[in-house]
Ligand binder design. Structure first.
Ligand SMILES: NC(=O)c1ccc[n+]([C@@H]2O[C@H](COP(=O)([O-])OP(=O)(O)OC[C@H]3O[C@@H](n4cnc5c(N)ncnc54)[C@H](OP(=O)(O)O)[C@@H]3O)[C@@H](O)[C@H]2O)c1
Length: 329
């Protein structure tokens, strides 16, 4: 398995990680048995970097990983996140909490659910506008001192926040959405990560599944699928975005790979400090996605993809308008 090191942190992980969110939340029906087979197959194939969060489920996804990794803890690096707080009575209602006492209690709860004595990479899931980042990262750094966490990360943090954060404690990774249909991080976020020695972990590198070409109509999404509420999957946007996927699929055909593999190979080609975490709950998709590591793209092919998918190409915002205020914070 190819490996990559996250920025200047020294944390070396498999070059592709596995996003575990969809196993327990957001993307239609769950199947724990197949999810556990997928986690085991990932370990067998040498994938080491597993991504979860306390809010996935909520809580169920961390528990699922604990169940799958019993006896395998030494083979895996677990990244989890805190800070998006869901209302137990209505999980669609959310708050953001980065207060020091909350950071400590959230970590204790995640350790318990994960059945482990340490978290390899602990992210703040969203920046809390009402708590100075120095206070949040300060509390996170005390978890490192206590041996409960090895490395720190942030998710959807803006460049100015990153600068303030690293002045408090080194940050190993920034996790932000990045893919052929979400290229905004190229302007400021990626250059800032590189300057500060922060590794970059693109989430939703398959455009929440859309870039694979497997979602062909709105009704392919189950009734409770989160993507039904995502602007890029709605109305005219859906159709326009299908045209984009058709062009990616054409190029993939010429390359004799799948559209999803091409989308992942493109993210991987953006730099050795970039570690995408495609999500799946199926063994077959996991194996297909790992095939992206064998695909190299020529300058000409990269230029063709720039032409097909320039920044801003996607129709629709990447989150519902009401949630856009919580990203790039
Ligand atoms: N920090 C954040 O705020 C944040 C936000 C979102 C996600 N994340 C993390 O990033 C991870 C990845 O993002 P994501 O899951 O949102 O999106 P993604 O990786 O872009 O896409 C996942 C979707 O693609 C489908 N898929 C995967 N491989 C496929 C293949 N080879 N062929 C066809 N379909 C395929 C999956 O289907 P199945 O589910 O049927 O396998 C799933 O519906 C998540 O699991 C989570 O850990 C973080």
């Amino acid at each position: 398995m190819q490996t990559r090191t996250l920025g200047r942190s020294g944390l070396t992980v498999s070059a592709l990680g596995l996003g575990c969110m969809g196993m327990s939340d957001f993307y239609g029906q769950q199947n724990d048995a197949e999810s556990i087979r997928t986690l085991h197959r990932a370990v067998e194939l040498g994938l080491t970097f597993f991504d979860t969060a306390d809010m996935y489920g909520p809580f169920k996804n961390e528990e699922l990983l604990a169940q799958a990794f019993k006896g395998k803890r030494q083979d895996v690096l677990i990244a989890t996140k805190f800070g998006i707080v869901r209302d137990p009575n209505d999980p669609t209602k959310r708050g953001i909490n980065g207060r020091p006492e909350y950071v400590k209690s959230a970590c204790e709860a995640s350790l318990k659910r994960l059945g482990t004595d340490h978290i390899d990479l602990y992210y703040q899931h969203r920046v809390d506008a009402s708590t100075p980042i120095e206070e949040t990262v300060g509390a996170m750094s005390r978890l490192v001192e206590a041996g409960k966490v090895r490395y720190l990360g942030l998710s959807e943090a803006a460049p100015a926040t990153l600068r303030r954060a690293v002045a408090t404690h080194p940050i190993a990774a920034l996790q932000t959405e990045y893919s052929l249909w979400s290229r905004e991080p190229e302007d400021e976020i990626l250059p800032t990560c590189r300057e500060l020695g922060i590794g970059f972990v693109p989430y939703s590198p398959l455009g929440r599944g859309f870039l694979t070409g497997q979602i062909k109509q709105f009704d392919d999404l189950e009734a409770d699928d989160y993507r039904r509420f995502s602007p890029r999957f709605q109305g005219e946007n859906f159709q326009k975005n299908l045209d984009l996927v058709a062009r990616i699929t054409d190029l993939a055909r010429q390359k004799r790979c799948t559209a999803g593999q091409l989308a992942l190979a493109w993210v991987l080609a953006q730099g050795g400090d970039v570690v995408p975490i495609p999500g799946t709950k199926r063994v077959a998709y996991l194996e297909e996605n790992l095939g992206a590591l064998e695909i190299s793209l020529s300058q000409d092919e990269l230029a063709q993809l720039d032409d097909i998918a320039p920044q801003g190409v996607a129709a629709g915002l990447r989150y519902p308008a009401a949630m856009m205020g919580t990203v790039n914070g």
